[in-house]
Design a protein around this ligand. Sequence first.
Ligand code: NIG
Ligand code: FE
Length: 456
Amino acid sequence: MGLRLIQGGRSVDGAPGLLIEHAAEVATMAGGTRLGVRMDDPALLVAPGGDPGHEAAPAVACWEGRILAAGPRNDLVKALEGSNYPIARFARLDAGGGTVTPGLIDPHTHLLFGGSREGELVLRQRGADYLEILQAGGGILSTVAATRAATDEQLAEHGRRWLGEMLAHGTTTIEAKSGYGLDLPTELRLLEIAYELGKEGPVDVLPTWLGAHAVAPEFRARPDGAEAYVRYLLEEQLPGVVAQGRARFADVFCERGVFSPSQSRRVLEEAARLGLASRLHADELAPSGGAELAAEIGALSADHLAVPSDAGVDALAAAAAAGHPVVAVVLPATTWFLMHDEVAPARRFIERGIPVALATDFNPGTSPTASLPLVMTVACLELKLTPSEALAAVTINAAAALGLGDELGSIETGRQADLAIWNVPTHRQIPYWPAADLIRAVVKRGRVVLERAGVP
Ligand code: NIG
Ligand code: FE
């Protein structure tokens, strides 16, 4: 095994190298974005005879925050010894017969908000409809009021708490939307706090501007409220967000009764012109033209897609076939928590060659879970993804949904060394033990950032 010297990466406390050994399985996810039948191939390295103590059991070597190589331990150590990477300069991490995967990536969260909405769960149990609750001033709008009233410190504390929860479930990178401010000062606060939390680490946070999450309360009484709010977004809020420079992406809740495809297009096209890549809440509650729009404007992702039209699925398939895939970010915890019967047709997306990713949609109304392993379980049970497909959907394909498919999401030479080590002997058991704490350790940029003591 030849090793090439890797430049860059964040320097590591103490040893510049990290060697993870005694794994029963390493799911490398090597080989790029997964489409079609390849979604089911996690590019595994496995211990001979399932014995993690075997000299050829798979190991992963990291150097200065990047993946150096993964392979049988004996070959890997020989290659390190015969190279510029002195074995003495590698800290050791014992995988304890567990599984190593790329750190999980959550490409759709509403991380920051004030308050909580457990009351709506009971209202929905009694038959209330999600959009009716919103139109009556509850739902997103009640969280907007609580978020505006929260201090920066309260929002940051909340963010830290839930980022910690995400990390404890194997997540190393997330996208985080604004959208509970709907006025410029609060939207800017949300983007700034998300950015600062990412800088604080260890979880990387990529902020998305979602000013078009709902029509702001100040505009709702007006007969032309939605249109006036869109004009305000374009003329005031978006320029302010761009001047601040924290948001990477723009998103719109494109849904019948919220923002139309043409309003969504205006917001996203102007945002793209100003440098923000597009993503879209599409076809969550009714076929609303969202999938079609996402394909037409070349969005990075179309999210939800619980009820896309046939034309929308055709448009996403055509984009993928033309080599400009829009990632279908499906959110099965949301349809589960909303108790909706119709779930995203993920098998159809896979058959049509559309790349599928999974995300938590972490938010106080429709998906108050921060756990990607739980989302993987729901994806297996309700969308009929295989466990290997579910893993691809929270690693390599989730990286593609964030435009980071060349940097994150797989264990390949030169990639950022973000890894999750699980206390199960195969990745197929990650969705199989719902709600268990399966994480043994998490590595971010080659540094061990979480380790559970005393786990065999
Ligand atoms: O993705 N659907 C729009 N936005 C969120 C829910 C926001 C909320 O209910 O607070 C979602 O499900
Ligand atoms: Fe969402």
